[in-house]
Design a protein around this ligand. Structure first.
Ligand SMILES: [Zn+2]
Length: 142
């Protein structure tokens, strides 16, 4: 029987940047897009891993669903796997975690947009005491 695991990300920012982040994450993870639906204020993807030779793990299937409610976009990442085993569960969990981590890097939240301090490199609002820009990674000298 098929099992599934869930992860979620509450994103505060521009939905188009979030979608770009998802697309970049898919590329970085080498996933295949089976279905991609982008609507006004929501989107969903069905993805699968390519079959790899010389591995004991079965390909994981992903479903990414996002829906806007007010200023927040709720992103849900579901990973599915068909074969029940401890290693397969661990692997599936890891892949879900990898996706979430990459997505957070690729689509960081624009939570400092009202800040008085602006990054000299990318022009985004950043924390007043930042030594590194959370968006572009620019390092600031003391
Ligand atoms: Zn920057």
């Amino acid at each position: 029987m098929e099992k599934e695991l869930h992860k979620s990300y509450k994103y505060y920012g521009d939905i188009n940047q979030l979608i770009q982040g998802v697309d970049k994450t898919i590329k970085q993870m080498g996933l295949k897009i089976k279905l991609r639906t982008v609507d006004n204020g929501s989107f969903s993807y069905i993805l699968s891993e390519k079959i790899k030779l010389y591995t004991t793990n079965w390909p994981v299937r992903f479903e990414i669903n996002a829906i806007r409610s007010g200023d927040i976009i709720d992103v849900n990442i579901t990973t599915r796997y068909g074969l029940w085993s401890i290693t397969q569960k661990k692997y599936t969990q890891q892949r879900g975690q990898d996706f979430l981590q990459l997505l957070k890097n690729n689509a960081p939240m624009d939570i400092y947009k009202d800040s008085n301090r602006i990054c000299t490199e990318c022009d985004k609002g950043i924390p007043f005491d930042a030594i590194i820009c959370p968006y572009c990674g620019e390092k600031f000298d003391e």
